[in-house]
Write a protein of this length. Structure first.
Length: 197
């Protein structure tokens, strides 16, 4: 990932950050309309130009999402405008949202990871002999080592999808297509780029 940061004053985002406090007048209502007036789909949150033919208040991006919402409860609550304003059913359609954690990772020593990994292997193989395990470990390829390092790092926090660390080495999943230093262009200012995510 190469970093690209917009200046504070730009064409895409407001100069002032949005307020973290919810607006007092909306309470717990869900906004399914952009400030520009465009309506959003009740299922996925994308632009919803299509409406429910019965109540004309629920908006959808496609016929498939309208059908999905109809089966998830819109059929029973179609005429209740209060219901449409306050709730969005869980369609189990979107990926779940997770918290962004901005804490530093605990350092774990390789010996601890190796012991835990060894106990898992011994437990799962049951009657495996130690010398068989040693012989298998000696035949470990470079590709296996890279993948094992990746698995060890991911095992610390399996729900993480993005890890931030300025100037650290990337955690590769395989040895293929790893860019060389000559493949990474310098920053427009002329400085050498450093890994950040």
């Amino acid at each position: 990932v190469f970093r690209n940061q917009l200046p504070r004053k730009n064409d895409f985002y407001s100069y002032e950050p949005p307020s973290e406090d919810p607006p007092a007048e909306t309470g717990d209502r869900v906004r399914l309309q952009l400030p520009s007036g465009a309506h959003l789909c009740r299922v996925c949150g994308c632009l919803g130009p299509k409406t429910c033919s019965r109540c004309h208040k629920a908006h959808y991006c496609s016929r498939e999402h309208q059908t999905l919402d109809w089966r998830s409860g819109h059929k029973q609550a179609c005429t209740s405008s209060d219901y449409l304003d306050r709730t969005i059913p869980d369609h189990n359609f979107l990926f779940p949202e997770f918290e962004i954690v901005i804490e530093t990772e605990d350092e774990i020593t390789p010996e601890v990871v190796e012991k835990e990994h060894e106990s898992e292997i011994l437990g799962s193989m049951g009657e495996a002999l130690e010398d068989e395990l040693d012989s298998m470990a000696k035949h470990e390829s470079k590709e296996d080592k890279i993948f094992q390092k990746f698995k060890t790092k991911i095992a610390l926090e399996p729900e993480q999808v993005l890890r931030y660390g300025r100037g650290i080495a990337p955690v590769w999943i395989s040895g293929e297509n790893i860019p060389q230093e000559k493949d990474i262009p310098n920053c427009p200012c002329g400085a050498k780029r450093i890994f950040e995510f």
